[in-house]
Each structure stands twice: as structure tokens, then as C-alpha cells.
Write a protein that binds this ligand. Structure first.
Ligand code: SAH
Ligand code: SF4
Ligand code: F3S
Length: 433
């Protein structure tokens, strides 16, 4: 492959971890003469960074490959596939898609320099990760920077493919993370979001066993005005130390993303989640009792195998009981290698899953509006993130989107805003300072 002054386009599907991986892949490729482009039609190399969480996500990757397969008939083009589907499907992808040139897994990113220089079609999928190396990172051009602190998952929830596509938990060293944070701040970012499939497990595999709370305090003590967020939390792994730290540290935002997955104890057990409704309730209460204006969000799955109407009702009532501010939702999708995919005799039919998902989504809207209305007439700090259609848009510390008006506003500013109106998905307000 000729590797001078070429253009690479990456289509990123899936979670923030994938977005962060794409930034690293672009950075590595920049050392080898590839600059990123925003239009796939201009690219010499097109890569899809895939997600395997549901069949729908996997199918999206294949349809993207199909588009590029057609483009390749018209002009020279290299086609690559990486991420969670690549990790799962390996060589099968080369067989199934004859126009694919490069397949690499989630553990092979730092091996890319060798891979892109190889002749012929290449497939590299490792089970154990290649050691991290010091390359550029080409971050998305906004005010928030993703910072992975732990990768992989040891939880093996019965429906989930992530432990198979991302491997076991691996924490990055505190110093590595702090250095990356310092670089991020030097580049002018105003917000850092710490990423991990389960951030509360941070440090358990490192020699000194630094906790997430410790890492957060170290980051909080870095100089400058900026915000820190972290996601995702596993309910029972949230410690008192973490709650205290979020309460006391000035830069850490008051948000917890704590997926509950189901409101029914029976289903939680079948999902292999290590808590029941009662335990979840205690954790939420502890957070709310300690942290003012905190936002608590969740993920729920509709139609897990064997879910009865009563189980589903328990999920709906969980929203009210725990006053959840927002939730991601999905219909259950059977995934390769997972125990739940073998419970075929308990599968719900597609229409029933869709029906439950629609009800769930209505509930999320109702909760989101209720949550937003709590802030009417309040004054909140907003980080101004963009200017779109003549309106400034930003977010509060507790992660509410705010459309704001007022004098002397620029993107990147922290401003105080009096909330005047609340809708389902955002707040409206006037700058006061
Ligand atoms: N680590 C996080 C999130 C992982 S994946 C956690 O533990 O919560 C993001 C979300 O996708 C999950 O929270 C779950 O709600 C959903 N999900 C995972 N596997 C799924 C499946 N097989 N079908 C439907 N939704 C699924
Ligand atoms: Fe998947 Fe469960 Fe791990 Fe989350 S905690 S990534 S849902 S196995
Ligand atoms: Fe998807 Fe992999 Fe993330 S399966 S949700 S891209 S960890």
C-alpha cells in the first residue's frame, strides 16, 4: 500500500469507547501519511469501527461495507473493518466480504502501523491486547474529550457480548491518564469524560489498587476551569468514597449513569446482574441524599427472554420509584456466545418486544420532562458548546441540554443561566452574568 498523503474516512458505530478508539486509530494513521476526511467519497481508505451490542448494530456495519464494495468498483479504494464485530467475526469477514482488505480487532489498534504496511488482505484479531504506544490522538473537534481509563468487562451479564469483544478488565496507569488529561487541557478542551465499560472497577488490577475516587480527586486537582464526567457505573460497585468525592470535588459533574436493565428481581437474576431492586434503590437514595441536583440515568432492556407482563410493569414502576432522569432503551437482541441467546424457548416475539420498547420510550419521555421541569426558575452553570441556527447551546453540570440567549456569549464560556422553559429533551434560559 502506498502510504503518502492519503485520506482516511472512519465511520464509527457504537459507544463512546469506539469513538475514543477511532480518535486513536486516526492518530496512528496520521503518522503514516493518512489525513482524516469527512467525506467517504474522497477517501483512499474507508474503515468501519463496528458495534456488536445488538444485531441491528452489526447489520449497520455490513450495509456500510456494501456501499464501499460498490464504490471500489469505480475507483481504487481500501476497505477496513475494526471494532467489536471484527473481534467477534475475525476471518469470517474476509470470506463473506471479498472486497474487504483489512480486518483488525479491538485489541490490535497499536499494531496498526505494521498491519497497514502488509501486502494483500490482512486479518489480525488478538485475544490479548498489544501494549499501548505513544501516538498522536486526533480528537473530535468539540469541547469534550474522551479519556478511557479502563477497558473490558468481567461481569458477563447473560445478554451481553462486551466481555467477548473487549476482553477482561484492564486499567490504565494513573500517571498515563493524568498525562493525557494535561495534554487535553493544554489543547483547550473544557470537559473530560472518563470512559470504561465499568469505571467503578478502575484500578483493581493495578499494583497499588488506586480507586476511581482517587483518580477523580487527582484529576480534580489539575489546574484550570474544566469539568469531569465518568461513565458507566455498575450499581453495586459505587462506593461511599466515590459519592463523597463527587460531592466534595469542584470539577466533577453531578451525574451518575447506572444502568438498571430491568426492574424485576427475577429478570435481574436471569441477566446475571449482581443486585436486586432493593439494592438499586439504596444506592440511588444514598446518591440523592448526598448530592444536590444530581442526575441519575439508566439503561433498560425490553423483552429479555422470559420477561412477563408483570416483570415489564416492574421496569416501568422503577422509573417512578427511583425518579430516573433519563434512560437508554433497547429491545432484547440475542448475541453470539451469550448464555441468554440459548434461552430460545423463552424468547418473546419481535412484535411484543417492539410494543414494550415503545411503552418504555414513552416512559422515558415522561421522566425526562418531569426531570427538566424541576429546574424551572433555577440558576444553573452552563458550558456553552455550540452556536446553531442562531441559538447558543450548552450543557449544565448535571448534563441537561440548554438553549440560551443573552449578551456576550461565546462557545467555550461557562455562564450562569436562569431557566425559563423546560421541554422533554432540553431547557431554555437567559444568561444572567
Ligand atoms: N457497561 C455498561 C453498558 C454496556 S452496553 C453496563 O454494564 O451497563 C450498553 C447497553 O446496551 C447495556 O446497558 C444494555 O442495556 C444494552 N444491551 C447490551 N446487550 C444487549 C442485548 N443483547 N440486547 C439489547 N440490549 C443490550
Ligand atoms: Fe455488558 Fe454487563 Fe459488562 Fe455492561 S457490565 S458491559 S452490560 S457484561
Ligand atoms: Fe458496541 Fe463494542 Fe461499545 S459492542 S457498545 S462498540 S464496547
Amino acid at each position: 500500500m502506498d502510504i503518502s498523503d492519503k485520506k482516511v474516512y472512519i465511520e464509527t458505530l457504537g459507544c463512546q469507547m469506539n469513538k475514543s478508539d477511532t480518535e486513536r486509530i486516526l492518530g496512528i494513521l496520521s503518522h503514516f501519511g493518512y489525513c482524516p476526511c469527512k467525506d467517504e467519497n474522497e477517501a483512499d481508505l474507508c474503515i468501519v469501527n463496528t458495534c456488536s451490542i445488538r444485531q441491528l448494530s452489526e447489520d449497520k456495519a455490513y450495509s456500510k461495507l456494501g456501499v464501499w464494495g460498490k464504490m471500489k468498483k469505480e475507483k481504487p479504494l481500501k476497505v477496513g473493518i475494526c471494532g467489536c464485530v471484527a473481534q467477534q467475526e475475525k476471518e469470517r469477514l474476509l470470506k463473506r466480504f471479498p472486497y474487504v482488505d483489512l480486518v483488525f480487532g479491538t485489541q490490535n489498534i497499536y499494531e496498526l502501523p505494521e498491519l497497514i504496511q502488509k501486502e494483500g488482505r490482512v486479518c489480525a484479531v488478538r485475544e490479548k491486547p498489544v501494549r499501548e504506544a505513544d501516538f498522536n490522538i486526533i480528537r473530535a473537534q468539540n469541547l469534550n474529550a474522551w479519556l478511557p481509563i479502563i477497558e473490558g468487562c468481567n461481569n458477563f451479564c447473560s445478554y451481553c457480548v462486551v466481555p467477548y469483544t473487549r476482553g477482561r478488565e484492564r486499567s490504565r496507569e494513573v500517571e498515563t491518564i493524568l498525562n493525557e488529561a494535561r495534554n487535553i487541557l493544554k489543547q483547550g478542551f473544557r470537559e473530560i469524560t472518563l470512559l470504561g465499560q465499568n469505571v467503578d472497577s478502575y484500578g483493581k488490577d493495578l499494583p497499588d489498587k488506586p480507586s476511581l475516587a482517587y483518580l477523580l480527586r487527582e484529576l480534580d486537582s489539575l489546574e484550570g476551569k474544566f469539568r469531569i464526567r465518568f461513565t458507566t457505573s455498575y450499581p453495586t460497585d459505587i462506593t461511599d468514597e466515590l459519592i463523597e468525592t463527587v460531592k466534595n470535588a469542584s470539577k466533577i459533574c453531578e451525574c451518575f449513569h447506572i444502568p438498571m436493565q430491568s426492574g424485576s428481581d427475577r429478570i435481574l437474576k436471569a441477566m446475571n446482574r449482581r443486585y436486586d431492586r432493593n439494592r438499586y434503590a439504596q444506592i440511588v437514595k444514598k446518591i440523592r441524599d448526598n448530592i444536590k441536583n444530581v442526575t441519575i440515568t439508566s439503561d433498560f432492556i425490553a423483552g429479555f427472554p422470559g420477561e412477563t407482563d408483570e416483570d415489564f410493569e416492574m421496569t416501568l414502576s422503577a422509573f417512578d420509584d427511583f425518579e430516573l432522569d433519563y434512560s437508554n432503551t433497547a429491545a432484547y437482541s440475542p448475541r453470539p456466545n451469550t448464555p441468554a441467546a440459548k434461552m430460545t424457548d423463552k424468547f418473546l416475539d419481535e412484535d411484543e418486544k417492539k410494543r414494550r420498547l415503545a411503552i418504555l420510550n414513552e416512559k422515558v419521555k415522561e421522566m425526562s420532562l418531569r426531570s427538566n421541569q424541576k429546574y424551572l426558575d433555577c440558576e444553573l452553570e452552563v458550558l456553552v458548546e455550540s452556536f446553531k441556527n442562531g441559538k447558543f447551546e450548552g450543557r449544565t453540570r448535571n448534563n441537561k441540554v440548554v438553549h440560551l440567549t443573552g449578551e456576550n456569549i461565546s462557545t467555550g464560556d461557562f455562564v450562569n443561566v436562569k431557566i425559563t422553559k423546560a421541554s422533554i429533551w432540553c431547557l431554555f434560559g437567559e444568561k444572567t452574568n
